[in-house]
Design a protein around this ligand. Structure first.
Ligand code: 13P
Ligand code: SF4
Length: 379
């Protein structure tokens, strides 16, 4: 990944940190007014309320990718989300046909805080995936494996999938993507989230003994014998989301005992023991739609990031909404995007000294796009 060369910023971040939210909001709106349609602020559902209030469009990972792919008038996207989302936006907003439409002008993608990463995405490094692929090749013909990367991954992994006949998925299209993969090969390597891979494959009749978990720190075939790998249908990467792994089966049992009629609604990044017990499992977009479509008086315990659950609670007082875990599960990296960083990045953008531009290098872009376009065609 390359970051574009940036001129020295006109404004330093530090003074913004001591400003009140009202002042920051007022200044953010002033820049939005000044830049008009040239600026598109995208916000993921896990963003804090103060930040999401300033987004032009909000969505789950799949919807946000579509929004970036379809953007036409804008020249700058400020992404209130995490690093892999901004990379994806850069790749999709600047694909060849879009550049031609705009006479070669790139859309600049800005991530207000470069520290807004994803701990799950960091659990699969390209060197580890390449080494695993080579090791697997000692036992299985890799031409018969489709690599599938969850969108929560670095662009280099998406490029790996593009190069090796593979594809990207999100939590809203993982089943369709796995079906696509099984039309091509008899096996899948799924990274970095073992839970999304497992929960999705289980709904397709694949069993746990056909899904070994590849440990990238075990140099001996990821911790498996050749027979296990030969029996496999889906090889899962040993990665997880630190937020969703906090939800437990006992939380579900406690709610069911305490609150008769409660329905359990979870994100498929939760472990299998939780996902299996849930009434509904789906992406952040599906979680929102499910609550929106429910009748007044419906009782929910929701297993996903805290900011989204709290927002649903506030927006749906006619329903009874609980957070599934007794402990706080919030995405610390999503939370890095605050009004101070948003205001600082916007004012620098308006001043012509953009900060934190995310620009994926050409070769990575080319191959990532292959895998992303396959995904956009599948679902
Ligand atoms: P969605 O694609 O469901 O929005 O999920 C993104 C994410 O990071 C969940 O942890
Ligand atoms: Fe990554 Fe989990 Fe945060 Fe989603 S909630 S961005 S998977 S750490």
């Amino acid at each position: 990944m390359a970051t574009a060369t940036e001129p020295a910023p006109k404004y330093d971040l530090q003074p913004y940190k001591s400003l009140e939210n009202d002042e920051l909001s007022r200044r953010i709106e002033a820049v939005r007014g000044e830049l008009g349609d040239r600026l598109l602020i995208l916000g993921h559902h896990y963003q804090q309320d103060e930040v999401i209030a300033h987004s032009d469009l909000r969505g789950d990972s799949y919807q946000l990718s579509q929004m970036a792919a379809q953007s036409s008038d804008c020249r700058q996207i400020v992404f209130c989300g995490v690093h892999f989302m901004a990379e994806t936006a850069d790749i999709l907003a600047n694909r060849p046909e879009k550049l031609t439409e705009r006479d070669g002008r790139r859309v600049q993608v800005v991530l207000p805080d470069m520290a807004a990463g994803c701990s799950m995405a960091d659990m699969a490094a390209i060197e580890q995936v390449e080494a695993a692929w080579e090791d697997m090749g000692e036992v299985i013909d890799t031409n018969d494996i489709t690599p599938v990367t969850y969108i929560n991954s670095a662009a280099s992994l998406k490029a790996f999938c593009g190069k090796h006949g593979g594809i990207v998925c999100t939590s809203s299209n993982a089943a369709a993507v796995l079906e696509w993969a099984f039309q091509r090969t008899s096996r899948v390597l799924f990274f970095p989230d073992q839970h999304l891979g497992r929960n999705t494959a289980l709904t397709m009749g694949i069993t746990n003994d056909q899904m070994p978990v590849w440990n990238p720190f075990d140099n001996d075939l990821g911790g498996h014998d050749a027979e296990t790998l030969l029996r496999s249908k889906v090889i899962l990467w040993q990665g997880h989301c630190s937020v969703h792994q906090m939800f437990r089966a006992e939380h579900v049992h406690q709610f069911r005992e305490r609150t008769p009629g409660i329905q359990i609604l979870v994100h498929p990044e939760c472990p299998q023991e939780v996902n299996d017990l849930a009434d509904v499992s789906g992406s952040t977009g599906k979680i929102i739609q499910t609550v929106q479509a429910a009748e007044a008086g419906t009782k929910w315990a929701i297993g996903t990031e805290l900011h989204l659950v709290n927002r649903l609670k506030a927006e749906h007082p006619e329903q009874e909404i609980h957070f599934l875990s007794p402990v706080i599960c919030m995405c610390a990296t999503m939370y890095r995007i605050d009004l101070a960083h948003l205001c600082w990045s916007l004012e620098n953008l308006a001043a012509g000294t953009p900060v934190n531009i995310i620009e994926v290098d050409e070769e990575t872009t080319e191959w990532s796009l292959v895998a992303l376009e396959r995904m956009l065609q599948v679902s």
